[in-house]
Design a protein around this ligand. Structure first.
Ligand code: MG
Length: 345
């Protein structure tokens, strides 16, 4: 198999703000894996906060590419061990290869991934739609633009989250997910906030406190009136196994966990241990989000809105209808490059 890759900047419709930064575009490295007859695609999404750089991703892909040159393509549902062992981290790059392998395997067999993995095609599923922190004057417009979505996700962890939610409540009474992005550091105040948020029709709180504050999170989760969902605290299965009651569920993202095979193992662990499962994404295009959407039938919450945030998506894949994510019947990950994809003219 031949692996090639290229960097691509996805441009946001609105500057995208979370508690740590605001940005106008976001980098992905797209991977192509070809067996001469079919091409599989994958994506390594590299926002700065992920901590994986373009140069180390490229180095990883070069090593993986030379290994894959020698490999035929059996579908095993997981990334070959020798590629996983190239380095400890590089989960975004691993995920891109896992996607490309699964996409290619599906195309070779003329089957969607969800069939190959034995999950079946998920019903259309509601996704939350994220409203970034930005200029308060833009908030009303952003909420208006989200009219088609039934659940909004709000990035909090601001200096005055009550004011932010109160402002949102002037414009909409839709249920909300709040993503605190580790923004609260006082457990008592955090509990007060969670009680207040419950009364504001907030359904869950993602990563209320910094990942280092595990004991405080155990205390908080025990008392919280809302499910607490780990994001920054959990990348892969081994992190999930160490949560010990500090959260009531997790947000699984391909860029953190390194691929669909690991994500499926994590979901199985959650099911055995009474943890809720959210399927999330970072700033992937329709390539990475369509990969994750293959697992929708296994999730409690779906947060796969990223493709809606860009003006130059280089892929078509999942679609959105009435606030729901819809899978297609195409083989593999169900993705096709668009005219925005480099050298796809
Ligand atoms: Mg989050």
């Amino acid at each position: 198999m031949e692996l090639s890759y290229a960097p691509f900047y996805l441009k946001f419709r609105h500057p995208f703000g979370v508690s740590s930064n605001t940005r106008k575009e976001t980098l992905s490295v797209f991977v192509k894996l070809s067996n001469g007859e079919y091409t599989g695609y994958g994506e390594a999404c590299l926002p700065a906060y992920l901590g994986e750089t373009e140069s180390e991703t490229n180095r990883f892909l070069d090593s993986a590419g030379s290994m894959l040159k020698k490999v035929a393509i059996p579908f095993t549902g997981k990334i070959p061990d020798e590629i996983n062992r190239i380095s400890e981290g590089n989960n975004a790059a691993k995920s891109a290869i896992d996607m490309a392998l699964n996409d290619l395997a599906g195309k070779t067999r003329a089957k969607p991934y969800y069939e190959m993995a034995g999950i079946g095609k998920s019903e259309d599923t509601y996704t939350s739609f994220t409203i970034g922190i930005g200029d308060p004057e833009q908030l009303e417009q952003k909420i208006r633009e989200a009219a088609g979505f039934h659940i909004l996700k709000i990035k909090t962890g601001t200096s005055d989250d009550k004011a932010l939610i109160s402002l949102i409540r002037k414009f909409t009474d839709k249920p909300l997910y709040v993503d605190v992005n580790q923004g609260w550091t006082d457990k008592n105040k955090a509990l007060d906030m969670l009680c207040w948020l419950r009364d504001q029709n907030v359904l869950l709180a993602e990563q209320p406190m910094p990942k280092e504050m595990k004991e405080e999170m155990q205390w908080l989760t025990k008392r919280s009136p809302l499910p607490t969902i780990a994001d920054e605290s959990v990348k892969r299965l081994k992190d999930l196994q160490r949560l010990e009651g500090s959260f009531s569920g997790i947000n699984i993202k391909l860029m953190k966990c390194g691929g669909l095979g690991e994500a499926i193992k994590m979901i199985a662990f959650c099911r055995e241990n009474g943890l809720k499962v959210m399927l999330g994404c970072m700033a992937e295009s329709s390539c990475g989000t369509s990969a994750m959407a293959q697992l929708m039938g296994l999730a409690d919450y779906v947060d796969l809105d990223a493709p809606l945030l860009y003006t130059n998506d280089p892929f078509a894949g999942i679609s959105y209808k009435d606030g729901k994510v819809c899978l297609n019947d195409l083989p593999g990950l169900g993705v096709k490059p668009t005219n925005n994809f480099p050298n796809n003219k």
